[in-house]
Design a protein around this ligand. Structure first.
Ligand code: SF4
Ligand code: SF4
Length: 195
C-alpha cells in the first residue's frame, strides 16, 4: 500500500517488547500447568494414603499463599524508570573534553548500564532494553546502541539521556586511574579502540 509507513524505532522496540513478554508468558504458563498437575497428583496420593488431612491442607495453603504474596511484593523489581524528574535540558554537563580523550577512554562511559527518565522515554528517541525495561539499550559489544562503533560519538547527542548529561567521569574509578594524567584503568585499556 502506498501510504503504509515503515516502522520507526519505537514501533520496533514495542513489537520486540511484546514478543519478549509473550514468550515469557507462554513459558510460564507451561511451567505452571506442569507444576499444578504434579501438586494435584501428589495431594491425591497423600490424602488417599491418610498421610494428609484436607482441613489441615486448606489452612496451610492459606498461610503459605499470604507469605508468598508478601515475599513477591518485597522482591519485585519489574520495569523501573529513573527516579529523577529534572528537566535534562537544564543540566550543566561536566567540563570534560571528550573529543580529546576518547582515543584513550574509548567512551567506556557509554558501556555503563542505567535507567532512563520519564522525559527520555517520552521523547521516543533513546532506545531502551526490552528485556530490562527501562535500561538503556546496549549492543552485543557492550556499548550503548547510540554510540557509533567507529567514532564512539553519541548518535542522539541533542536528546541524550539525563544520566549521560549528569555523568562526570573525572572521579569515576571504573574509567580512570588518573584523570589529570589521562591514565585509564586496566579494564578500559583492554577495550578495543574506536576504528
Ligand atoms: S569516559 Fe569521560 S572523557 Fe570519555 S567519553 Fe565518557 S565522559 Fe567523555
Ligand atoms: S545515549 Fe549517547 S552519551 Fe548516552 S550512553 Fe548512549 S551513546 Fe553514550
Amino acid at each position: 500500500m502506498d501510504d503504509e509507513q515503515s516502522p520507526g524505532p519505537l514501533d520496533e522496540d514495542l513489537s520486540r517488547g511484546l514478543v519478549h513478554i509473550h514468550e515469557k508468558l507462554g513459558r510460564r504458563i507451561l511451567e505452571h500447568d506442569k507444576l499444578a498437575a504434579h501438586v494435584y497428583a501428589l495431594t491425591e496420593v497423600l490424602i488417599a494414603s491418610g498421610a494428609l488431612k484436607l482441613r489441615a491442607l486448606d489452612q496451610r495453603k492459606a498461610d503459605d499463599a499470604k507469605a508468598m504474596a508478601d515475599e513477591a511484593t518485597s522482591r519485585w523489581d519489574g520495569a523501573r524508570v529513573l527516579d529523577d524528574t529534572r528537566d535534562k535540558y537544564t543540566v550543566t554537563p561536566a567540563p570534560v573534553d571528550c573529543a580529546s580523550r576518547v582515543s584513550v577512554c574509548k567512551a567506556a562511559c557509554c558501556r555503563l548500564s542505567f535507567y532512563l527518565s520519564k522525559q527520555d522515554l517520552g521523547e521516543h528517541t533513546v532506545r531502551w532494553d526490552v528485556a530490562r525495561p527501562y535500561h538503556i539499550a546496549r549492543r552485543a559489544d557492550g556499548w550503548c546502541v547510540h554510540c557509533d562503533p567507529a567514532t564512539r560519538a553519541c548518535g542522539v547527542h541533542e536528546r541524550r539521556p539525563l544520566v549521560c548529561r549528569r555523568y562526570d567521569c573525572r572521579e569515576d574509578g571504573r574509567i580512570w586511574q588518573d584523570f589529570e594524567q589521562v591514565i585509564p584503568t586496566a579494564e578500559v585499556e583492554a577495550l578495543p579502540p574506536p576504528a
